[in-house]
Design a protein around this ligand. Structure first.
Ligand code: ATP
Ligand code: MG
Length: 424
């Protein structure tokens, strides 16, 4: 039997997990400084939550959800995104009783039934942040700043920030009309998806990735010309804060998002060199969602970063962006009493915080040195019988081949000093 991983999923092999841990450490450090606390919600929820939250007429809900019926007939779905679950938990646990805004972050796998390709998978990881309970436009700016700071901390540059406001349901009534009037003339020329969108949710047409649809929407009326006073003022303040803080961005009045819950500010961050799947993060304000999910009407804003795409972008950019940790020492032995001593030394060194490897296969010294090299060990501690009689071991520097006698009770101190000198 030859079973392979499901299409669109990835195995992250040990040589890759270091990168993930590097980015995850940056994320946790960033969230600490900005005062966001981690929340962990289930990877599956009632399907209804996503239908209500993300919106019935969205690609995610219509085409991309892993929804299933469990053994007692409930309709459940693997989460396609993180916000709906976080907001559900916020309402369920009455977090609105806490000091507002409540600032949360999450990190974990999301699932969408999409056509797998570079940077687009069926299981992918997102890091996201939500701030619930404030309408302050500075919070929108904080949301744009957070992913930028993360990318920078990871060593990424060359990304572009696009910002727009898609207004509130009030502004959209008039805009929708203007948009429909404009699109109506060419309805037949749009892709089948867009034809459906025009009927159900015309704003979404602006998000279509098909060339011919993109060309057709060219001269479309712009949502920013239809913002109500409140939304226009909010957007103005967002732009002023962005300018004040020297954040580079471009206004893209055609930017909309694939989820229905967004209001006012939306943004997307792209890395042009990534090709078709170039968005490495996106977010915006969602002032209607908390109420939609059954809570008090509370404004909120958030974003999500796709970690696979961030890693692809980092890999693309020259240079090592993280330090691969390597073992401090390989303890080599010749079996018998030397193995007995090796076991003792290995255990002691590990308890003292060193990363120590040893032979478990009864190999020759030559083979043991080869594996010490392969593992990237800084030193080898060689325990021979005659040395043991003199209460010493040989320590070999793998890079230079230099050997030195070290007293048994000095090994830990010796290796620790060496580690400090030559990097962890
Ligand atoms: P796209 O337009 O590329 O489909 P999206 O608008 O559907 O992205 P969001 O729902 O905003 O994406 O999710 C936020 C981020 O999650 C994206 O910017 C991207 O980095 C990542 N992402 C979304 N879908 C996938 C996927 N199928 N595989 C890998 N990463 C993804
Ligand atoms: Mg998508």
């Amino acid at each position: 039997m030859n079973i392979q991983r499901p299409r669109g999923t990835n195995d992250i092999l040990p040589e890759e997990t270091g990168k993930w841990q590097f980015v995850e450490a940056k994320i946790r450090e960033l969230c600490r400084r900005y005062g966001y606390q981690e929340i962990r919600t289930p990877v599956f929820e009632h399907t209804e939550l996503f239908v209500r939250g993300i919106g019935e007429a969205t690609d995610i809900v219509e085409k991309e959800m892993y929804a299933f019926t469990d053994r007692s007939g409930r309709s459940l779905a693997l989460r396609p995104e993180g916000t709906a679950g976080v907001v559900r938990a916020f309402v369920e646990h009455r977090l609105d009783a806490r000091s507002l805004p409540v600032k949360l972050y999450y990190l974990g796998p999301m699932f969408r039934y999409e056509k797998p390709q570079a940077g687009r998978y069926r299981q992918f990881a997102q890091f996201g942040v939500e701030a619930i309970g404030s309408i302050d436009p500075f919070l929108d700016v904080e949301m744009i700043m957070l992913p930028i700071e993360l990318y920078r901390a990871c060593g990424l540059d060359g990304f572009q920030v696009q910002v727009n406001s898609i207004g509130c349901p009030k502004c959209r009534v008039q805009y929708r009309e203007a948009l429909l009037k404009h699109l109506g003339a060419n309805v037949d020329q749009f892709c089948p998806n867009c034809r459906r969108r025009i009927e159900r949710n015309p704003l979404r047409v602006l998000d279509c990735k098909e060339e011919k649809c993109r060309a057709l929407v060219g001269q479309v009326p712009l949502i920013t010309d239809y913002l109500c006073l409140e939304c226009a003022d909010h957007f103005q303040q967002v732009k002023e804060y962005l300018d004040q803080l020297g954040i580079d961005y471009v206004l893209n009045p055609q930017l909309v998002r694939g989820l229905d819950y967004y209001t006012k500010t939306v943004f997307e961050i792209t890395v042009p060199t990534l090709g078709a799947q170039n968005a490495i993060g996106a977010g915006g304000r969602y002032d209607g969602l908390v109420e939609e999910v059954g809570g008090k009407p509370l404004p909120a804003v958030g974003y999500a970063v796709g970690l696979e795409r961030l890693l692809l972008a980092l890999d693309q950019q020259a240079g090592r962006y993280y330090e691969e940790p390597r073992p401090d020492a390989y303890v080599a032995h010749f079996g018998g009493v030397t193995k007995a001593k090796a076991v003792e030394i290995v255990t002691d060194l590990r308890r003292r915080g060193l990363w120590v490897e040893m032979d478990y296969l009864g190999r020759s010294l030559k083979a043991q040195m080869k594996s010490a090299d392969k593992l990237g060990c800084r030193s080898a501690v060689i325990i021979g019988e005659s040395e043991l009689e003199r209460q010493i071991v040989k320590v070999r520097h793998m890079a230079t081949g230099d050997e030195q006698d070290v007293k048994l009770d000095q090994i830990a101190a010796y290796l620790t000093a060496d580690r400090e000198e030559h990097g962890a």
